[in-house]
Design a protein around this ligand. Structure first.
Ligand code: IMP
Length: 201
């Protein structure tokens, strides 16, 4: 069967690989680069949904293709869910994560385990052109706690401080395959995949 083409609105090749791993048995997923698009969409919304929908809609309007976009971040309950949608920009976009992670460990230094709860959130939005004229969102989360030290070499961003008590590991200590099976992005992707299959069947 002919696979429907989907543009995934990211310039991050790591994310593209994760997405292709889940979707490519059913869809042809290409990056903005592959589609010849070099556009930056401002992530100026206050929710993950708002940012993901805005990105997907804008790239769909320009390309006329089916577009998926995601927005994700870390919510720390003790910090009233910060950095949240500002996760990439927390302490400055170009500040190394070793510094950001150490700062968070410092802020939470004397906070007991039961108050260190946190989650990664990922929202994937789809914008479908005519004849569908639809937008969809799918949200995935993974619950954990902020650890007491930096641990692990895999993953990216806040992974070295995101500790999974039941596994006794941070997400930076998981292989990419194992992380994808339980991650916020993996969960949101599976939900979105099922919604798309339902629409296109
Ligand atoms: P986005 O690329 O605009 O969605 O930014 C997401 C930001 O949230 C990243 O730059 C990281 O700081 C953080 N983040 C999202 N997902 C993860 C993850 O799986 N591990 C570690 N950090 C993450």
């Amino acid at each position: 069967m002919h696979k429907k083409k989907i543009i995934f609105a990211t310039k991050n090749n790591g994310k593209l690989k994760e997405i292709q791993a889940v979707l490519s048995d059913t869809f042809e997923v290409i990056s903005m680069n592959d589609a010849g698009l070099n556009i930056d969409v401002d992530e100026n919304g206050t929710t993950f949904e708002e940012n993901a929908l805005k990105k997907a809609a804008e790239i769909m309007r320009i390309s006329g293709e089916i577009v998926l976009a995601d927005d994700s971040g870390l919510e720390i309950d003790y910090l009233d869910k910060a950095p949240g949608v500002y996760s990439a920009r927390y302490m400055g976009e170009n500040t190394p994560y070793s510094i950001k992670n150490n700062k968070i460990l410092e802020i939470l230094k004397n906070v007991p385990e039961e108050k260190r709860t946190a989650r990664f959130v990922c929202v994937i939005a789809a914008s479908l052109p005519s004849p569908y004229n639809k937008t969809l969102t799918a949200r995935g989360t993974i619950e954990g706690i902020i650890g007491y030290e930096i641990k692990g070499e895999n993953g990216f961003g806040y992974d070295p401080i995101f500790y999974l008590p039941e596994k006794k590991l941070t997400t930076a200590q998981l292989s990419l395959t194992d992380k994808n099976k339980i991650s916020h992005r993996g969960k949101a992707l599976h939900i979105m995949k099922n919604k798309l299959i339902e629409i296109f069947k």
